[in-house]
Ligand binder design. Structure first.
Ligand code: HEC
Length: 217
């Protein structure tokens, strides 16, 4: 026979157990119901500050808008393209085939381009531009690992700059690729100053010529 529990204990446990459910249920309900009130913040930090949101009215200004119109002549960062040839590599709507007028095609320019190319591009494209740079080689090894790519490495092979398509690109187009990147390649507009990007483009053209010189005179 089961031992008999005192009735008061059994009812007490039932009532206590039911009451204990109320706080978690109330808490869950509060979490799930939207409320116009702010959540309780113990530390305010900088969460709440007096401010006007973008589309809100602001009585301070004559036109009553919080959002101010852009001042005349303002230029967004990175968009000060005054000279299409120099800044965009474009002349009359076509990719430029020459350096901008401010620069000179000289040994000094090409040497500068070579130096910058070796610093910024050779890691992937290789010193001679065949797409066989050290980083590229290593990444290809990681991807080709017999038991699957190491740490899930993904890699798009750096293009050979001597590919038919790239070899025939005008200097302005190369300049554009260096500035903005292309497909999986990142842009270098933020790291490499404009004239250095032109010097690199000129050097890439020289590299391409060096590997594709006609044998007949
Ligand atoms: C981190 C590796 C990496 C570096 C550094 C790098 N590239 Fe690339 N580059 C790539 C990859 C990858 C592609 C191919 C992208 C694709 O097809 O998605 C590519 C493509 C190109 C192309 C072909 C564009 C076309 O039209 O197909 C050119 C030109 C080029 N890179 C030039 C450069 C130059 C110049 C530099 C140095 C300023 C440079 N790259 C630095 C990885 C790199």
């Amino acid at each position: 026979m089961l031992p008999k529990f005192p009735k008061i204990l059994v009812y007490g446990l039932l009532v206590g157990g039911s009451l204990a459910l109320i706080p978690p249920v109330a808490f869950a309900r509060m979490r799930a119901t939207p409320s116009p009130n702010r959540p309780i913040h113990i530390f305010y930090d900088m969460d709440f500050q007096p401010k006007f949101k973008a589309q809100a009215p602001n009585p301070l200004f004559a036109d009553g808008r919080a959002m101010r119109p852009i001042a005349d002549g303002a230029v967004a960062r990175g968009e000060a393209y005054a000279d299409a040839h120099m800044d965009e590599g474009v002349v009359e709507g076509q990719w430029a085939v020459t350096l901008p007028a401010q620069m000179e095609m000289s040994t000094a320019t090409l040497e500068r381009g070579q130096q910058r190319f070796n610093i910024y591009c050779s890691a992937c494209h290789g010193y001679a531009g065949f797409g066989d740079g050290a980083v590229n080689k290593r990444a290809m090894e990681l991807v080709a690992n017999a038991a699957g790519p190491v740490n899930g490495t993904q890699w798009v092979a750096a293009k050979s700059l001597h590919d038919e398509t790239t070899r025939n690109q005008p200097m302005g187009q190369l300049f554009n690729t260096i500035t903005h990147g292309i497909r999986n390649m990142a842009g270098y507009g933020a790291q490499i100053p404009t004239q250095d990007r032109w010097a690199i483009a000129a050097y890439v053209k020289a590299l391409q010529l060096s590997q594709d010189a006609p044998s007949a005179k």
